[in-house]
Design a protein around this ligand. Structure first.
Ligand code: ADP
Ligand code: XUL
Length: 527
């Protein structure tokens, strides 16, 4: 047998609610899928949806050590199932974006000297100077965002340098908050990782560098030079550059797997680790896009993104260095109220059943008889508003909707908002645009039909909704083989078209979309 057909590539996704692993062979066939869910597999950390929302409602964290323990569990599960770790030629991975990990002074030594006799979480339990990692759902740093913008010359200037104006969850602002409010913990931190580079560090047994694409989600990277911006570093914390290390291109090999993994799980000592990146950049790789495709990811957060040629930064949304090709960009808009909000409404109105939820969606009319509901269970990103607001067809506030109206209202308003902000970012969708849907909710055909109707374009899905983990497999192969990304994904299965716009729907949503925009704007201005 050809030795190359034996090669496997492993992709890991350290996402908000779980860690997922996908492994493929050289022909891109999936040979393994494994997951560990934080809430149910690690109930001792008492997370909901993988996170702790603090009493002030805007501080959101996750226990860093929980992620380490989940990784131990994942590898143990795979070992028990007989996964052939020795065949893995390359590993890469993804992390929920923006979250940060604070390694206490002396932790590098511990990472470099891991004993295969015991677990990672036992050995790393005292390694985190800030034990609860701030994550992307945190909105507690508005003051820090304004301070950073002011120090560099305003929001537009910050967007010109880093690709985004100051956003609460962006890591630089989170670091500034910690450096100001917890100076001794900040001082006792020798390294700050993103969730992605933290996960890669667990693989190589040393600090792994931050990659350029996930590094673009920090308000610290100059995306025109691909170097940290000295003014931004200076504004966010003392000696920050030495705590971050140098960023690297996303396809860079950052080391071999650690001796710990070789000894405990039988990885090959030659197995390479390719820089980990953010979950959205990894998803871009995982859908093997063509220029012009629009991707909608329906996970814990909803994100819409596309591959962009270089262009001027704008205020709304975010521009990241593209993980597939560091000379181009990806444009992204993120919404905090995604799957968890839909899930809450499924539990409240559809007896906890996705089937019932879908049935309600299918039997209610396009446009919901003019009813509009806006559901920001947690503080949204754009607009920065929290609360639940329902309006009848005359824009009068109402206090409740019948269950089936509520179900349609949440999906319609979410999708109208996705379209609205995509357009504000300059991403335009025509009737021939392919919308590639991914993430947990892309399993739901009734939701995909509403997306197609609202956007007026066909929606496609692949077999596997875990595009971030699959994209990590592709990125591992890309980094290892050093060829063009398009060659890596030659055998990527063609996505299937699962929804086309219903006749007359685009006119209905054109009108409803205008009303949605006005109602949403009024909420923002009331805050
Ligand atoms: P993440 O990677 O952020 O952890 P996923 O992309 O795995 O999230 O998506 C998980 C979400 O998928 C769950 O929170 C759940 O609400 C949603 N989901 C799963 N199945 C369905 C379904 N049939 N219809 C709608 N949503 C679903
Ligand atoms: C993107 C964002 C979220 C997280 C979690 O900017 O904040 O999508 O990456 O998925």
């Amino acid at each position: 047998m050809d030795a190359r057909s034996e090669r496997l590539f492993l992709g890991l996704d350290f996402s908000t609610q779980q860690i997922k692993a996908v492994a493929i062979n050289d022909a891109l066939k999936i040979v393994n899928e494994t997951a560990v869910k934080f809430d149910t597999d690690l109930p001792e950390y008492k997370t909901q949806g993988g996170v702790h929302i603090h009493d002030d409602q805007v501080t959101v964290t996750a226990p860093t050590i929980m992620w380490v323990k989940a990784f131990d569990l994942l590898l143990d599960k795979m070992k028990k199932d007989g996964f052939p770790f020795d065949k893995v030629a390359g590993v890469s991975g993804a992390g929920q974006q923006h979250g940060s990990v604070y390694w206490r002074s002396g932790s590098a030594q511990i990472l470099r000297n891991l004993s295969e006799k015991t677990t990672l979480h036992q050995q790393l339990q005292n390694c985190f100077s800030v034990p609860d990692s701030p994550i992307w759902m945190d909105a507690s740093t508005t003051k820090n965002c304004r301070e950073l913008e002011e120090k560099v010359g305003g929001p537009l200037k910050l967007a010109e340098i880093t690709g985004s104006r100051g956003f609460e969850r962006y890591t630089g602002n989170q670091i500034m908050k910690i450096s100001q409010t917890r100076p001794s913990e900040y001082k006792d931190t020798e390294r700050i990782s993103l969730v992605s580079s933290f996960a890669a560090s667990l693989l190589i047994g040393d600090y792994a560098p931050i990659d350029l694409s996930d590094g673009s989600g920090m308000n610290l990277l100059d995306i025109t030079t691909n170097k940290w911006s000295p003014e931004c570093l200076e504004a966010c914390g003392e000696n920050l550059s030495s705590k971050l290390g140098e960023p690297v291109p996303s396809k860079q090999i950052v080391g071999n797997v650690s001796q710990f993994l070789v000894g405990r799980y039988n990885f090959s000592p030659n197995c390479k680790v390719i820089a980990f990146t953010g979950d959205n950049p990894a998803s871009l790789a995982g859908v093997a896009p063509k220029l012009g495709d629009a991707i909608i990811s329906l996970g814990s957060s909803d994100t819409v993104f596309s591959w962009l040629p270089r262009q001027n930064a704008e205020l709304e949304g975010h521009i990241f260095v593209n993980p597939i090709d560091c000379d181009t960009y990806m444009s992204l808009v993120c919404f905090k109220n995604g799957s968890l909000t839909r899930e809450r409404i499924k539990d409240d109105c559809a007896e906890g059943s996705w089937e019932k939820f879908s049935e309600y969606l299918t039997k209610t009319p396009t446009g919901n008889n003019g009813n509009i509901g806006i559901y920001f269970d947690v503080m949204e990103i754009q607009p920065l508003v929290q609360g639940i607001f329902r309006f009848d067809s005359a824009d009068q506030k109402v206090s409740s909707f019948p269950p089936e109206v509520e179900v349609r209202a949440v999906i319609e308003s979410q999708m109208m908002a996705r379209k609205l902000y995509m357009e504000l970012r300059g991403m335009h969708i025509g009737p021939d645009t392919r919308i590639l849907a991914t993430g947990g909710a892309s399993l739901n055909r009734a939701i995909l039909q509403v997306i197609s109707d609202v956007f007026g374009a066909p929606v496609f899905v692949s077999d596997i909704p875990n595009s971030a983990a699959l994209g990590s497999c592709y990125r591992a192969k890309h980094g290892l083989d050093g060829c063009d990304f398009s060659d890596v994904v030659l055998n990527h299965p063609q996505p299937e078209c699962v929804a086309r716009p219903t006749e007359g729907a685009s006119q209905v949503y054109k009108e409803l979309g205008k009303r949605y925009r006005k109602l949403e704007q009024a909420l923002g201005s009331q805050q």
